[in-house]
Ligand binder design. Sequence first.
Ligand code: ADP
Ligand code: MG
Length: 591
Amino acid sequence: MIRILEKNVADKIAAGEVIDRPVSIIKELLENSIDAGADNITVEIKNGGKSYIRVSDNGSGIYADDIETAFMRHATSKIRSVTDLNSIGTLGFRGEALASICAVSRVELVSKTADAKMGRKVVTEGSKILANEGIGCPEGTTITVRDLFYNVPARQKFMSSDNAETRRIIDMVSRIALAYGDIKFTLINGSSKVFSTQGKGSIFNSIVSVYGKDIGKDLIAVESRRGDFILKGFVSSPASSATSRSRQIFSVNGRIISSKVLEKSLDEAYKEKLFHGRFPIAFLFLYISPEKLDVNIHPTKKEIRFDDAFEVQDFVAQAVKDVLVTKEALPKVYAENVKSDVPDSVDDGCNQVDIKNLLTTLRKDEEISHEPQVNEPQHFEYKGIKSQEISLEEPECRPFDFSQLKFLGSIFNTYIMAVDGSDFYLIDQHAAHERVFYEKLVKQYDSSEKLSQQLMMPLNFNVASHLPQTEDDWIENIRKMGYDIEYFGNKTYIVREIPAFMELKEAEDFLNDIFKELEDRPDFSNRKILDKIIMRSCKSAVKGGDSLTDTEIDALVKDMKNCVNPFSCPHGRPTFIRMTKYEIEKMFKRV
Ligand code: ADP
Ligand code: MG
């Protein structure tokens, strides 16, 4: 039943200007259709939604007696009391959308419940009800919104061009479609279909339907549970990042939101795995019990507040980190990239309309490349969230096992060749060494016990006469790394001990680099800056280009195994490249 909220409840709702452009109408109407339990929703727009929007669903419909109430302000069937606000399990709860939409447009609503013989049609214009009559129609609800802001010309000016509004709508409907893999969404612009999802519960299929086949390559499935947190979705492997966050799509309990907390989780998970200025692609759908978040904080509901943001951030970061150390996350060589005159057979595997062009204008410049294995979806229901079923695709994430590697030698004095059961690898020995060096140094810095080796002949370092730092600012930090360093007078420092894991030359080059940094006045007391300096200095300290002996290769790989981030150097370059047996066979046209 739809009721008008009591004043004390209505007053607690973080309301604001809900309708500012066509896309906000569509978002509200879609939320209503989803709340009504629909599993088939069609959105049609004309002129960027300015002249025409129609959303039809096969949901519960509205009872004839309720239908006029639905248009009133603060009229909702979803909550009743202030306590209901603490555990909102639906997308809507304010009872404002229909009222706000019909205040600024011409609306026609046709609806029928399962038990009603006939449906009802209500016609409104600027909040006035012009007609309410019986009509024959299928079960569900269809709302048509025409001539947005026809009665508020001032607001018309604030809308963008038809194309720009269309792009906003495509973006919004795409995001919502991804969060609801069980619902079949169709988006029609004018007379052409933009996309349509299958509604069979596979997130991967939906991603491919909406964003095109290419994006599916290089996505790795994420699935994790901790207590009553559930996370599922896909993230890009470090080899295929984007230049912006525009393809980081998050939903929490089915609500598409922007979230600093989730962005931070991703940054944490991809730390040191991407070059500066690159961002992972991510489609992450989080489910948590509705009491643990506040959805009532933002006028258009696009932000939420987690009760325990830290816990959420840690959970999501860990879940993503876990899949980034699997085989699937290693950069992979593709047979498609090998030129040959024999044509590849075209196997599209996906019967969706091509909206790549549309979306390339919408979002530019992601570099993506492979296809994760998608297994049969497995279904389960999450308590407290009525409106959707969460289906899980078993992610195919085989852990990388260093002990399975067999070494075949190295090439160009730089790349170690290795093989395990089904894959061939090239390991960049310089990048690998750099990674090991960096992690050992940071570990030593953070630990209370310093492992050092005494030098037979102390090293001398002459510092520039204009060294702008006082000793207090930096010398302790160098000691923390395991150096025994002291001022000798006359702009000279003397080093008697170096970190145990370093070779003499490495220790010397590293310190020379640090002294160079000191001249440029970075702030050594700031841990972030210090980490960056260490990172940079590792690069020059670690030598490359020498052929390694078998024992050296063994030692290097053993060290990598102990790294937190073995698959990239500290600057984000890969240490491993993977070539599957299948891709090799494909290149030789055996399969
Ligand atoms: P809210 O979603 O916050 O409850 P709305 O103004 O969006 O408020 O909708 C008011 C009421 O109208 C809803 O609570 C719901 O009962 C009913 N309603 C709106 N759209 C639909 C729909 N597509 N199917 C079934 N009921 C709907
Ligand atoms: Mg609503």
